[in-house]
Design a protein around this ligand. Structure first.
Ligand SMILES: Cc1cc2nc3c(=O)[nH]c(=O)nc-3n(C[C@H](O)[C@H](O)[C@H](O)COP(=O)(O)OP(=O)(O)OC[C@H]3O[C@@H](n4cnc5c(N)ncnc54)[C@H](O)[C@@H]3O)c2cc1C
Ligand SMILES: *[C@@H]1O[C@H](CO)[C@@H](O)[C@H](O)[C@H]1NC(C)=O
Ligand SMILES: *[C@@H]1O[C@H](CO)[C@@H](O)[C@H](O)[C@H]1NC(C)=O
Ligand SMILES: *[C@@H]1O[C@H](CO)[C@@H](O)[C@H](O)[C@H]1NC(C)=O
Ligand SMILES: *[C@@H]1O[C@H](CO)[C@@H](O)[C@H](O)[C@H]1NC(C)=O
Ligand SMILES: *[C@@H]1O[C@H](CO)[C@@H](O)[C@H](O)[C@H]1NC(C)=O
Ligand SMILES: *[C@@H]1O[C@H](CO)[C@@H](O)[C@H](O)[C@H]1NC(C)=O
Ligand SMILES: *[C@@H]1O[C@H](CO)[C@@H](O)[C@H](O)[C@H]1NC(C)=O
Length: 620
């Protein structure tokens, strides 16, 4: 009896002590990582991957080589390795994630860490003017999981009309919403955690607006315009990144090899047969060549996929010649870069009180219950989808309004987007009691940017030019101006008045001094200062019918004019969608996997595979 009591006491102590240790460990880690992120300098090139000797060691062959373990590549690696006779190699430049990536609210720290490539645009003339060097930041995930290691976790598919437009554009009904819905549902394990949130179950896989006439909606279902509680890619309060969802559960498949820290410099394409033969990559100071029996699938994302294609001789003839790369196929790679343009800086004070918790309390809640402040990105609570008078397609939103609550204004916020001192001091001064702010996102911008190579060196970053708000008709800036008016109106409603909401734009922006305060001209100046690229670059290797019209891949993801080479990731979107890109990338990963299986195994009927999110965890 005595012995049992002692045993119970020891057990309780072990449990309790280790729990206290764990809380302390997390607190310490979060504080250290925050300090590191604050002084972290993003790389300006990929020279860390450079090797002294570029003689390649041949490491044999695989059936499929997938480049990039991000939103899309992770799905493809999982689905193709279901076929046990296929040998799959997944090459990823970055490393495996850590427990900081796992905590949703710390995503700004991930952006200032080794998990971000740290691209920046070339100096801009029409937007991003409030950012240091007039360069928009372009965070892109580097690691097993890709950009899902550092993204904002919002799960949103876009509007059905996006996919119907896509089907029309490619002249291929397989892209219509009714058809791609099966792929969205295939990998989703939807759990409702907020009983008040509206959910339309027909549209999910299982596993403050009324005054203005807007409904409260489930934006991933049929009705789209309205405001919603955000749906997140999380599980038990933790980031459910794409590697956790799709790769970790299948690590024990012997036909799947995941090679991290492997930087692809070139896809080899035979210049006579125009067939992709394999690729060269560097790893830990050495150079390797690996051959593909069946195909190479490029999933390196909207910035790196066009870069790799151009380095491999696929791109606009004139540009490749300019940098000294032998041309294999003349295609419009990187010719169009499309983005969501987001206007920041619409701050409000209110008498809403947010319960301030200590880090210790937040960590306890996170570890004990998987709930609380650490489990969502910033403190963003509401997304709204709206339509300006400039969008003529019925029931098709062209503006997204994001509302974020502000607990405290910190210098990390300034560093995150790279604001210039004077803008920061004017808009975000902590003396202003900012309680929440709106970000207005233009969903279908007319302006188009581009990506070019700086040189033929694969360790240089490409030249990225967004050209936001540059369309000659000013349609983009006009739409955002309308968005500002909508926000000001919304904040003037009784619901907002009840919480004492007050627009706190009390100081004129220094760069817009010459204009009359709050006049239309003033707002246009403001828009060019505070409108930034909001991390959703797409369209640099677009899918389409005809390469003469700018298409780089066909509807089966095949690069025009080249054999055994496909591209599948955010670079193939033909235009921006009315939602965030991660969920559509997952859909694309599911779709290409089915297309490839049908190509090689036409007589096999595939049943409903297991839902990936609910597969049990295996060794990792
Ligand atoms: C800060 C931030 C917040 C975001 N928030 C959201 C959000 O809330 N919701 C949402 O839906 N989307 C969000 N996004 C965007 C979304 O995450 C991306 O659009 C999406 O993940 C892109 O997927 P992808 O498959 O195209 O490429 P990625 O996921 O970027 O994957 C590409 C992979 O290829 C690897 N790679 C690149 N070059 C090479 C090379 N040469 N050799 C080997 N490997 C290489 C990269 O390291 C990376 O792992 C956000 C993005 C950022 C940066
Ligand atoms: C701004 O540009 C200058 C000159 O090119 C450069 O030295 C500096 O690092 C840049 N600043 C940032 C934050 O990129
Ligand atoms: C094809 O490549 C080989 C080897 O790199 C080169 O010698 C040859 O000139 C190329 N031929 C063409 C048609 O570009
Ligand atoms: C965890 O949840 C339980 C039940 O809701 C609650 O009593 C407890 O206080 C929570 N723990 C923390 C640390 O918030
Ligand atoms: C901010 O709040 C404090 C305390 O509530 C108040 O004293 C101060 O006047 C407010 N500042 C502004 C600019 O509203
Ligand atoms: C807010 O409402 C008041 C009175 O209802 C009106 O005078 C004012 O112009 C409105 N402001 C905005 C920005 O709509
Ligand atoms: C917030 O401000 C409004 C308007 O000034 C007021 O009616 C309301 O009572 C205030 N609420 C609180 C909780 O202070
Ligand atoms: C290269 O391709 C582009 C886009 O299809 C086309 O406009 C251009 O004329 C082509 N150039 C050559 C030299 O074929």
């Amino acid at each position: 009896m005595m012995l049992l009591l002692v045993a119970v006491c020891i057990y309780l102590c072990v449990v309790w002590c280790s729990k206290e240790d764990l809380v302390g460990y997390y607190e310490n880690l979060i504080e250290t990582e925050a300090a590191n992120a604050f002084v972290y300098k993003l790389p300006e090139d990929a020279r860390d991957y450079e090797t002294e000797d570029d003689t390649a060691t041949d490491i044999g062959h695989y059936d499929f080589i997938i480049i990039g373990a991000g939103s899309t590549g992770s799905v493809i690696a999982n689905r193709l390795s279901e076929i046990q006779t296929w040998r799959i190699l997944l090459l990823e430049a970055g490393q495996y994630s850590n427990i900081i990536n796992e905590i949703p609210s710390l995503y700004t720290l991930g952006v200032y860490s080794k998990y971000n490539w740290g691209f920046k645009s070339v100096p801009q003339k029409t937007a991003c003017l409030g950012i240091i060097n007039e360069s928009c930041i372009i965070p892109r995930g580097k690691g097993v999981g890709g950009t899902t290691l550092i993204n904002g976790l919002t799960y949103s598919r876009g509007h059905p009309e996006d996919y119907n437009k896509w089907a029309e554009f490619t002249n291929d009904p397989s892209w219509s919403y009714n058809n791609v819905l099966q792929y969205f549902k295939k990998s989703e394990d939807f759990h409702q955690t907020d009983p008040g949130a509206p959910v339309d179950w027909k549209y999910h896989g299982t596993g403050a607006n009324k005054e203005q006439g807007y409904a409260l909606t489930d934006y991933n279902a049929r009705l789209h315009a309205g405001a919603s509680i955000v749906q997140y890619n999380t599980k038990n309060g933790k980031r459910h990144d794409q590697a956790t969802a799709f790769l970790k559960p299948v690590m024990d498949r012997t036909n799947l090899v995941i090679s991290s820290e492997s930087y692809v410099t070139k896809i080899h394409i035979n210049n006579v047969t125009k067939e992709a033969e394999g690729c060269t990559f560097t790893r830990h100071g050495r150079t390797y060549f690996v051959a593909a029996n069946k195909e190479v699938i490029l999933s390196a994302g909207a910035i790196s996929s066009p870069q790799i294609l151009m380095l491999s001789g696929i791109g606009l003839k004139g540009h490749l010649e300019e940098v000294g790369i032998p041309v294999i196929q003349n295609l419009s790679v990187g010719v169009s870069l499309r983005e969501h343009a987001g206007t920041f800086g619409l701050q409000f004070a209110s008498n809403m009180s947010i319960t301030k918790q200590s880090l210790n309390e937040k960590v306890r809640e996170y570890l004990e219950n998987g709930t609380g402040a650490l489990t969502s990105n910033t403190q963003s609570h509401v997304l709204g989808w709206y339509q300006s008078s400039l969008e003529k397609v019925p029931d098709y939103p062209d503006l997204e309004m994001v509302t974020d609550l502000v607990v405290s204004v910190s210098q990390m916020g300034k560093k995150f987007l790279g604001w210039k001192d004077d803008i920061w001091d004017t808009l975000w001064s902590d003396k202003k009691n900012i309680s929440f702010y709106f970000t207005i996102v233009l969903l279908h911008a007319k302006s188009v940017g581009n990506i070019k190579l700086k040189s033929k060196c694969p360790f240089e970053y490409p030249l990225i030019d967004y050209n936001l708000l540059s369309d000659p008709d000013n349609r983009d800036i006009d739409s955002l101006y309308e968005g500002i008016q909508m926000v000001l109106k919304l904040a003037n409603t009784t619901a907002f008045k009840k919480i004492g909401a007050e627009f706190v734009h009390t100081q004129i922006l220094p760069a817009c001094k010459e204009f009359q305060y709050l006049s239309k001209d003033y707002w246009y100046c403001f828009l060019r200062q505070t409108t930034l690229a909001v991390f959703h670059p797409v369209g640099t290797c677009p899918v389409g019918k005809d390469p003469m019209e700018g298409a780089v891949v066909d509807s089966n993801f095949k690069v025009f004019g080249v054999r055994k080479l496909r591209v599948a990731d955010s670079s193939i979107f033909p235009f921006t969608l009315s939602g965030h890109p991660h969920a559509p990338c997952t859909m694309i990963g599911e779709k290409i996997s089915d297309v490839i299986k049908a190509d090689y195994l036409p007589n096999v009927v595939f049943g409903e595979e297991e839902k990936v999110f609910v597969l049990k965890k295996t060794r990792f």
